[in-house]
Write a protein that binds this ligand. Structure first.
Ligand SMILES: C[S@@+](CC[C@H](N)C(=O)[O-])C[C@H]1O[C@@H](n2cnc3c(N)ncnc32)[C@H](O)[C@@H]1O
Ligand SMILES: [Zn+2]
Length: 480
């Protein structure tokens, strides 16, 4: 596991795919985020002012995601590629399976384009999470099912944790031919089966108890409800826990000292002589009822001086972050907006890092932090960075050595699996990047390839993923 290569309380103002690619692997404990589906806000960014009334195209278009699509190396992520291609077809486009070429037809392929944009970002989010890490991703209803497929492909189906449904208090509109949409969906995934999880509790409403709790806590001590709990240890052979207490010998849950203290405090009771003593558990001391995956008790939105149209309730993010992390953990929101997740993390004594492409996010973050946490930003400053961090967990090897490594890894061949060049000499290997450096691709050996001169010439400046998809990568090669 690596240390984060950024400070606590950092906001990166840049495209998150580049920032994520610069982050050390396994350096984040929890991601809580709400990616844009309606992309309007993104292209406000370069203008620097949200008031600049430009005419935006709200939809995602395929021709805008070529970079992202090129970075998705089909051989590394075949499931992702299939999911995106399925979306293309569903939206009326087609795939030429011989050439791999995508024809988006006359439709704009908004979901497919959206997925192509999200996929490489999800791959990086997955990489930066620790094995104990948890991701929460809020989804738009329109993209929900597709995003879940993508998350299954990246995180593995077994690492799906929950689909949380949050009830909004008031529906946004009341259409006539369908039910009004009044929920938000949050998908939760673990990095592995060792992911963290803290149960979430809904405090009991003592004046209005549910039936089950009423039945369980049916004894009264003055005005306080209580129940009697088992004190006998479930396992048999525990010599240090086996003793006589109030005339009853059992294997107890506690050692004698603790048992006696609890008895003194009136918390261990024997209902009749000879009965097995039991623990007196008061309802008003319990954290509440364990929450399930339907949340109808989240405050709609706290008041703020900030008029930010996609702002989310702080209480929602606090609840998510409490489930998926502990105090001192590092929380990341790669689509930070006005920093709801970061502010929630600060409030819960977590460390945090946010990323947003919109420069307005900087001021918004200060405002929200001041409002909600009273953070003293002189003593505990927020770092704002415009360029991605540099990974410290990848080995930068000199060219000679890199050529050796690739020579061995590629079985003494060119990296192009279709290349038929023979008698390739080590010195003939030309060194290249899989994900180009300008898109945040790193220098470590995993991102490097060695090509024969011929393949390198054919590929030109094209991304590796796109080149491999092309027909001409597969044509017979001339001798080196
Ligand atoms: C739905 S909003 C997030 C709202 C946030 N949860 C809040 O409470 O303010 C999505 C945010 O993602 C940002 N964004 C969009 N594309 C991005 C990218 N490629 N890199 C970083 N941020 C991006 C937008 O600027 C926007 O602020
Ligand atoms: Zn070659």
């Amino acid at each position: 596991m690596a240390e984060p290569n950024w400070n606590n309380r950092t906001l990166f103002v840049a495209d998150n795919v580049r920032v994520l690619r610069g982050m050390n692997s396994e350096s984040v404990d929890c991601i809580a985020t709400d990616p844009p589906f309606n992309k309007k806000r993104i292209f406000n960014a370069p203008l620097g002012s949200r008031q600049a009334e430009q005419r935006f195209d709200d939809r995602w278009r395929w021709d805008e995601v070529t970079d992202e699509w090129q970075d998705l190396i089909a051989t590394d992520h075949p499931a992702i590629k299939e999911i995106i291609e399925a979306a293309v077809v569903i939206e009326g486009g087609s795939i030429d399976h011989r050439t791999g070429k995508i024809d988006t037809g006359r439709v704009r392929n908004s979901i497919a384009a959206y997925l192509a944009y999200m996929a490489p970002r999800l791959v990086e989010m997955h990489r930066v999470l620790k094995p104990t890490g948890v991701l929460f991703m809020q989804c738009d209803t329109e993209a929900n099912a597709y995003l879940r497929l993508l998350l299954d492909a990246v995180f593995g189906r077994r690492n799906f944790i929950n689909e949380i449904t949050r009830r909004r208090v008031e529906a946004k509109s009341y259409p006539t031919r369908r039910l009004p949409a009044n929920s938000d969906t949050i998908l939760a995934y673990g990095k592995s089966n060792k992911h963290k999880w803290n149960s979430s509790f809904e405090p009991y409403d003592l004046a209005n108890l549910d039936e089950k709790t009423e039945r369980q806590y049916d004894l009264w001590d003055g005005a306080r409800r209580y129940t009697l709990d088992n004190l006998v240890h479930p396992e048999g052979n525990r010599p240090n826990l086996t003793y006589e207490f109030l005339g009853v010998t059992r294997v107890w849950r506690w050692e004698r000292e603790r048992m006696e203290a609890a008895y003194e405090a009136g918390r261990v009771v024997q209902t009749a002589p000879g009965n097995v003593p039991r623990y007196k558990r008061y309802l008003d001391e319990q954290p509440g009822r364990k929450r399930d995956d339907i949340w109808d008790d989240v405050v709609q939105l706290e008041t703020s001086e900030l008029d930010w149209d996609t702002r989310k309730p702080l209480s929602l993010y606090k609840r998510l972050i409490e489930c998926g992390s502990d105090e001192g953990d590092m929380v990341l929101d790669p689509f930070a907006g006005c920093a709801t997740a970061c502010v929630a993390a600060e409030d819960l004594q977590r460390k945090w890092v946010g990323i947003d492409i919109d420069p307005v996010a900087e001021e918004a973050t200060y405002i929200r932090l001041r409002e909600a946490t009273g953070l003293n930003m002189t003593e505990q400053p927020v770092t704002v960075r415009k360029s991605p961090p540099r990974r410290q967990d990848v080995q930068r090897v000199p060219d000679d050595k890199l050529r050796d490594v690739l020579w061995n890894r590629q079985g003494r061949l060119c990296a192009n699996p279709y290349c038929d060049a023979e008698n390739l000499r080590k010195v003939d290997l030309q060194l290249d990047h899989r994900i180009p450096k300008v898109r945040g691709g790193e220098d470590g050996v995993m991102n490097r390839i060695g090509l024969c001169g011929n393949c390198n010439a054919r590929k030109g400046s094209k991304a590796w993923g796109l080149f491999l998809d092309e027909e001409r990568a597969k044509l017979p090669h001339k001798k080196v």
